[in-house]
Write a protein that binds this ligand. Sequence first.
Ligand code: SIN
Length: 282
Amino acid sequence: MLETDRLTGFLGAKISGVDLRSLDDPELGLALRSTLARNSVLVIRDQWLSIEEQKRLTEVFGALMQLPYVAPMAEDPEVIAVLKEAHEKSGGVFGGEWHSDFSFLENPPAGSVLNAVEIPSVGGDTVWSSQSAAFETLPDYLKSFLEGRRAVHVGKPYGVKFAPPAKAQANASIKMSRGDPDADREILHPAVVTDPDTGARALFLNPIYTTRFEDMTEEESRPFLEQIYKHATRPDFSFRHKWRPGDVVIWDNRMTLHYATNDYAGSRRLLYRTTFQRSAPR
Ligand code: SIN
């Protein structure tokens, strides 16, 4: 039903000939969900969705989530404006390290939707990496090490290592709350998760929020995590999207990691992000 072109060997599909503002046909929702399950990232160009239309699209995939710690849009608490103003020249960008969105929640988003509004003429791409390809190609000794193991994820607004100083936050367009004991709480997730629809297995570890493995210290965990991240973020498993205003990208937050490139200082970039929920990762 959907016209799709695969974008790389391991993940990503471009869908054409579809209007995401008309979602009345239940067959279309079904087709979008199964195309996402098979490709992990969907790119649909020239959609120009309003916030309401983006929320309706997100609900095709799962229940809309309201996320803690990052200030949402005042009138739409399920929507985060991923905004960097042209004058915000120093510091990083939101999502500027490999991660899975909000993996430190007990039930992290199953997926996310980005709706591009204003994009720099050059730069500001987003990169995704297939964590099922990464898991399948891990050396056997790392696969056995991870089998049945759980890992600790911690929020500490924007991660433990990367939390920007509070002063740097004050002028940033994306506001994050600090000192929330819930965000500092350790949450355990399986290191390898299984997609309930396809049965695909994927690494569920990321350098922002995963601090260590269960029953291991950070020092003991580090050499394993470093090897795994080096492998999991190899360009072989990745797809890089060059945004245009009007683009919509939907991704599976359990089967992929993503990374926002920080190479457009002096330009404004605005996308709206929504997230959807399903059952907790297994
Ligand atoms: C995110 O991590 O959700 C933001 C990605 C981006 O801005 O490209």
